[in-house]
Design a protein around this ligand. Structure first.
Ligand SMILES: *[C@@H]1O[C@H](CO)[C@@H](O)[C@H](O)[C@H]1NC(C)=O
Length: 191
């Protein structure tokens, strides 16, 4: 079996291990859950979303942020289906749109950088804002135990920004009846 490169993250320790695939008897249940980025906004942040007919829910979160001043905080509540095993999760996609120069999107879990991706540069006088593209998998698969984790997303954009539609997480051995996305906030750093 191919060797998987995994990071084990618990609330207290972060270890990097080599693991020869899933262990004997590992549950094969795999779920996929989504979070709509506009749902991160509080009542007084409603000017951050934009109507886009091609977006899920017809809304995106628009961030114009040239120096990573904002942080999207997504709380993940991890509930193993088989309580004796950990959950293997991966950020399998972020759906976004961009018009103008490319931007960089950074992801962290509990403060630890796990990956980033660069949006595609497009110049179509604004028409590209309604065309949504997939980041595809970002970062490694992460093995986590039951508990709460903070997935943080920051962007470094050109002056026209980037629009984020939704994020998708795939998780093996997660209880399908429980929602992984269990809290969200858009924070702005005070300088
Ligand atoms: C972006 O991710 C790559 C791995 O895909 C990593 O080598 C690089 O250090 C990351 N950049 C930043 C600024 O975190």
């Amino acid at each position: 079996m191919a060797s998987l490169f995994l990071r084990i993250i618990t609330p207290m320790v972060v270890v990097i291990v080599h693991c020869s695939g899933l262990t004997e008897g590992q549950s094969s249940i795999e779920i996929q859950q989504h979070f709509e980025f506009e749902n991160v906004l509080s009542d007084d942040q409603q000017d951050f979303w934009v109507w886009r007919s091609e977006a899920y829910n017809q809304k995106t979160l628009r961030l114009e942020d040239i120096n990573r001043a904002h942080t999207i905080e997504l709380k993940l509540c991890i509930e193993p289906f088989n309580p004796n095993q950990k959950v293997l999760l991966v950020v399998s996609d972020i759906l976004y749109s961009n018009d103008g120069p490319s931007d960089i999107v950074y992801l962290k879990i509990n403060g630890l950088p796990i990956g980033n991706f660069t949006t595609i540069e497009q110049w179509r006088s604004g028409y590209e804002w309604n065309i949504f593209r997939n980041s595809k998998v970002i970062g490694p698969s992460i093995l986590v135990q039951k508990g709460n984790y903070m997935l943080a997303i920051e962007v470094e954009t050109d002056k026209w920004g980037v629009e984020l539609d939704r994020i998708q997480i795939n998780a093996e051995n997660h209880d399908p009846t429980k929602r992984m996305f269990c809290g969200a906030a858009l924070k702005k750093k005070t300088s």
